[in-house]
Design a protein around this ligand. Structure first.
Ligand SMILES: [Zn+2]
Length: 286
């Protein structure tokens, strides 16, 4: 039986036990919010820290709740790397900070210029900020710089290793960005449709237009869907992106009525590089 209040109580109780104990030994572990961060953090922190993700793959970073086991692991970790205005962090970060005074918290989104969210579901405390910052290679360079600075703050002794790791990782990110640009140069597509608007920063980097199907985190009305179908025809859009976690019925209607290709993407994937290149590949030549 699932009783949310009871579960919350249980998590709180475990945290209470841990905060009463001074015997916690911090382990060489960094906890991050999403899988994409783990990809970069593992590369940078190698070989000194292991990295674990809070929001389990296949679940929504807007509404995820940590498990009691994750709470215990976090209490014994060295640091937590946040990614900014995601639903999970708005709901949980303050509690996590309060309950884990020995864990150092860092914000990987520091210094990024946010863009206003386009019909994004943000729950009760609407932030109005688009949280999907990691779909832009330019932003990822800022994210990994922040990670590097956090690592040198918690482990200054190994600064030279982190600096080398950062150099390699930056090269890979810059190359990935150039590959995306080269792919898009071959494409006449300057716009795409996406069910959940997770690609605004990607679109901004490469001068593309993102048309979301979702309206304020909800399915569109029949009128809104019809408007979008007309727009897609007018702008000769060829690709509709969908994500596993979201509805595909409306995307299928649009693809059918406009002859668009339906492409499943996973912008939260651990394999950041492959995924972003794949997205660019799916914007075809005319
Ligand atoms: Zn989202």
């Amino acid at each position: 039986m699932y009783i949310p209040a009871l579960r919350f109580f249980f998590v709180g109780f475990i945290l209470f036990l841990f905060s009463c104990s001074n015997k916690i030994q911090q382990e060489n572990r960094i906890v991050v919010t999403i899988e994409v961060q783990r990809y970069f953090a593992e590369r940078l922190a190698h070989p000194f820290f292991e990295v674990e993700t809070m929001v389990a793959p296949g679940t929504s970073p807007e509404s995820y709740d940590p498990t009691p086991q994750q709470m215990v692991r976090l209490a014994k970790s060295s640091a937590y790397f946040g990614i900014g205005p995601l639903g999970f962090e708005r709901a949980w970060l303050d509690k996590l900070k309060q309950n884990n005074p020995k864990v150092r918290f860092f914000d990987n989104s520091k210094g990024i210029s946010f863009i206003a969210s386009e019909s994004h579901h943000h729950g009760a405390d609407e932030s109005g900020i688009d949280p999907h910052i990691w779909t832009s290679p330019r932003n990822v360079l800022i994210i990994v710089q922040n990670m590097y600075e956090a690592l040198t703050a918690i482990d200054p002794q190994n600064e030279s290793v982190y600096r080398e790791n950062l150099k390699d990782l930056r090269n890979e990110i810059i190359q990935t960005g150039e590959m995306v640009q080269a792919l898009l140069n071959r494409s006449s597509q300057k716009a795409f449709v996406v069910y959940h608007p997770a690609l605004a920063y990607f679109a901004q980097d490469y001068g593309l237009k993102q048309y979301p199907i979702e309206v304020d985190g909800k399915e569109p009305s029949p009128e809104q869907l019809k408007e979008l179908v007309d727009l897609v025809k007018r702008e000769k859009v060829k690709t509709v992106f969908i994500q596993q976690e979201f509805d595909r019925k409306n995307a299928e209607i649009i693809a059918r009525e406009t002859n668009c290709k339906l492409v499943v993407i996973n912008p939260l994937s651990y394999n950041w590089k492959e995924e972003i290149i794949r997205i660019a590949e799916k914007l075809p030549d005319e």
